[in-house]
Each structure stands twice: as C-alpha cells, then as structure tokens.
Write a protein that binds this ligand. Structure first.
Ligand SMILES: Cc1cc2nc3c(=O)[nH]c(=O)nc-3n(C[C@H](O)[C@H](O)[C@H](O)COP(=O)(O)OP(=O)(O)OC[C@H]3O[C@@H](n4cnc5c(N)ncnc54)[C@H](O)[C@@H]3O)c2cc1C
Length: 424
C-alpha cells in the first residue's frame, strides 16, 4: 500500500499537497524515471527544459523518501571527491570544483524562475570538535581563497562562537555564505509542479515492480507499464529493483531529526542570530538550523540496522541539550527519520548501466546539491554529452556479496570504525 509522508515538520508545512494519479494502462515516453525524490524530479525538470517527454513514477508521494525528510542543508562539494580525484587524476580538479557548485546554481535558478517558495537562505557554518577539525577548516579556508571565493568565507574563533551560535561547545568554525539551507520538500514539490507544467507526467502511489531491458525498455507496475527510449533509476535507499545489478552497491543508513516548537525572538537572537545552517565535522555528525518559523531542527545519529529508535525524541534530545541546555523547556513538536543511500567508496552511482538505462542515487548524506547536479548530468548524457557522467562512470565500485543484510553489517562495521575515530 502506498504510504503517506512521514509526520515531519516539512510534511506539516507543505505549500501544496501533491495528488498525482496512479498509473493505469500503457504509456509511452522518451524517458521513464523511477522515483520521485530530488534525483527523479530534478532529472525530469532538466529533461523537460530540454524538450523531452518524461514520465516519473513514485511508489508513495513526491518527496516521500530522504528528499522530504532531510536536514535541508545546502552544502557545496561532490561526494566521494577524493576517490574521483584518485581515479581521474588531477586534471579533473577544476571540473570537480565547478560541479561542486552546479547543484546550488540549478536550485537558485529554479527558485527564481519558477517562483518556488522553499525558504532558501544563505549562511552555513561548519564547526570543529577536535583540533584536527580546525586544521581541516584552515585547509578549506585556504582552498576557498585560492579558488577566489575568500570574500564569501570567514574563519570564526572559539571566542566568537558563543555570539554566533549561543554555545561554547566548539573549537572554532568556518562561515560560508555561498552555502545555506531550505525546506527540501517544498523545493521538490515546487520543481515537480514546474516540470508538470512543462508536460512531465507524474504518477504517485505506483511502485515499479521491474524493468524489462531492451531497445525500448519497459517499466512495469501492478496497474500498467511505461515503454520509453531511456530509463533512469532514482529510487536511492528505498528501491529493491534489479538486485543482480544494484544490490551490494548501495545501503540504507538511517538519520534522525527533531524539531522544537518555535523559539522566541530572544532565543533566536541568542542561539542563531545569523540564521546559519550548522554542521560539525565528525564522521557521524550533528547538523542543525532554524526553520522559517524559528523551530530548532536538529539532526544526527546514524544507523545501518534499518531500525528506527523506539523514541527518536529520546535518542536525539540529549544530543541537542548537550549543545543547547537553554532549550530544555522547549516542546518537541516533530520527530522523524529517513534513509539515505550510502555507497562504500562514497561516490554516487551517477552511471550508465546499459546504452539506455541510467541511475542517479547514493549520495551518502550529501544529496541536496548533488541530486540537482546528477539530474543535469543525466539530462546531458541522455542528450549525448558524457563529459561529466564519465567522471563518475569510470569509478569502480566494490560490491558487497551475500545481499543487503550482510552488506549493511559491513557498512555498519565501517561506520563503527569512523565513530571510534570521532571519539579519539
Ligand atoms: C534524515 C536525513 C537528513 C539528511 N540531511 C541532508 C542535508 O542536510 N543535506 C544534504 O545535502 N543531504 C541530506 N540528506 C541526504 C539527502 O536527503 C538525499 O541524498 C537526497 O534526498 C536523495 O534524493 P533521492 O531522490 O536520490 O532519494 P529519495 O529522496 O530517497 O527518493 C527516492 C524515491 O524513490 C521512490 N522509489 C523507490 N523505489 C521505487 C519503485 N520501485 N517504484 C517507484 N518509486 C520508488 C521512493 O519512494 C522515494 O520517494 C539527508 C538524508 C536523510 C535521510
């Protein structure tokens, strides 16, 4: 049975509730996209803007997966950049830098062009918990200066931080005014509306059951099928299609968020007067920001068991209060979690599997910008231009044998290693 949106702050504050029909009968199109999250919807809009006839099939609601549940932090960079550099050589450096901002540009343009109300704001602060994080921040600063955006970033000392984020938890940080935050579900729904106006046909409550490969691949659902020239698989951590091809490559990792009642003006002035999105530099990190109506949206924790904690609130609240004991009396209005798609080497599966079958998924927790980049890369590739796709397609991926359960244990062990590193 199709599921409604999880009971998040985002679902409670959508500009419009989508109500696309279930697929019924046979359809034909240029490109059939499986999955109605950022990857699927951003790709559909990029293709529709280039004149393609597109169908998007979503098993639940548009933005139901990680897209409608995430921290809303818009952060530059390309997931898996280290590995990409190693495989493609230093010549890819400029392209990586450019690609690291292309998702932002696409989002900005769409918000402007289609009038999407998604609370897009600029200002992002990465904070250091360990001295080595401070060294990493200083290296980032140097890199940004070399790249010519020194005016948009600012190193923040330990002494300054309490005035900026109302806590003395951190050793220092880096403000980056080109990154920011937004309401992800409203962005995704707004993009879907824009795509629908350009002719994209959306189906909700329609699970794709399988893909028949061939010159004209067909995706089949319980109530119909879509024949196309090209298929894009964008089901991320929530899809189970074609296990021979996809299993062992991408694993679901749970992350959890709580949202308080709106803070008072005085509290906002104390804890986040610049309205920054904040993220620490641990491998298993905490991230937080204020919503448009000034709730503290606080996320973190990560598990690979597929289990949701008995109480997300009980699991997350102590972490919030460690940083902000002054919020102890605040009511928690929402708590939710979601699965992100993690790839072992962190390089997203932006790939061409057959001449006419592509995928866009597995951003390892760094997907708000990357999904939009992926959509643009796939639209280019479908139109015959492969330069950016090849950068990802060249990467070899390790496939964990013995199915998803075993794979998750392997990834969990890997994460345990990183968690231990965080503790040291
Ligand atoms: C709690 C949380 C916090 C996060 N915070 C951030 C953040 O602050 N910043 C950031 O950059 N990234 C963040 N991420 C990661 C980011 O949300 C994701 O990388 C991004 O949303 C992935 O989008 P997607 O479209 O690929 O996947 P999803 O949004 O998961 O969409 C996949 C869709 O495919 C559908 N689907 C699957 N199988 C089928 C099928 N067989 N038939 C039809 N439909 C199917 C699903 O129902 C789902 O709607 C976070 C993730 C989580 C879970």
């Amino acid at each position: 049975m199709p599921e409604p949106h999880t009971r998040s702050y985002y679902a409670a504050t959508v500009n419009v509730a989508t109500d696309y029909p279930e697929l019924s009968g046979s359809e034909r199109c240029d490109v059939a996209i499986i999955g109605g999250g950022f990857s699927g919807v951003a790709t559909a809009l990029s293709l529709a803007e280039r004149g393609y006839d597109v169908v998007v099939i979503e098993q639940n609601k548009i933005g139901w997966g990680a897209t409608g549940r995430n921290g809303g932090q818009l952060i530059n960079g390309v997931a898996g950049a280290k590995r990409i550099r190693r495989r493609n050589g230093e010549s890819v450096e400029d392209l990586l830098w450019e690609m690291g901002w292309q998702g932002h540009q696409i989002i900005e343009e769409r918000v402007e062009k289609y009038g999407i109300q998604c609370d897009l704001k600029y200002g992002y602060l990465e904070v250091a918990i360990k001295p080595r994080h401070m060294r990493a921040i200083e290296e980032d600063l140097e890199y940004y200066q070399r790249r010519g955006i020194g005016d948009d970033v600012r190193l923040v000392s330990r002494n300054e931080l309490p005035d900026i984020i109302g806590t003395d938890t951190y050793l220092g940080g880096l403000i980056n005014n080109k990154n920011g935050h937004l309401h992800p579900l409203n962005l995704c729904i707004g993009e879907a509306q824009a795509a629908a106006e350009l002719g994209v046909r959306f189906y909700e409550g329609t699970e794709v059951l399988d893909i028949h490969y061939g010159d004209k691949p067909v995706v089949r659902t319980a109530t119909g099928n879509v024949e196309s020239n090209t298929v894009v698989v964008a089901g991320n951590a929530y899809h189970h299609l074609d296990p021979q091809r996809f299993s062992g490559l991408i694993f679901p990792a749970g992350s959890f968020i709580i949202a308080t009642e709106p803070l008072t003006e005085a509290e906002v002035a104390e804890i986040n007067p610049l309205d920054l999105a904040v993220c620490d530099l641990n491998n298993v990190l905490d991230y937080f920001r204020l919503s448009a109506d000034k709730r503290m949206i606080f996320g973190g924790r990560c598990n690979y068991s597929g289990r949701v904690p008995n109480s997300i609130k009980k699991s997350m609240l102590p972490r919030l209060l460690k940083i902000y004991p002054q919020l102890a009396s605040k009511r928690i209005d929402y708590s939710w979690g979601g699965n992100m798609g993690v790839v072992i080497n962190r390089v997203p599966l932006i790939r061409r599997w057959e001449k006419n079958v592509f995928s866009a998924m597995g951003y390892s927790g760094h997907g708000v910008n990357m999904t939009h980049l992926a959509g643009d890369i796939l639209a280019d590739a479908i139109a015959g231009s492969f330069e950016r796709l090849d950068v990802f397609d060249r990467i070899e991926h390790f496939r964990v044998p013995f199915g998803r359960w075993f794979g998750n244990q392997v990834v969990a062990l890997g994460m345990l290693y990183y968690r231990m590193k965080d503790l040291l």
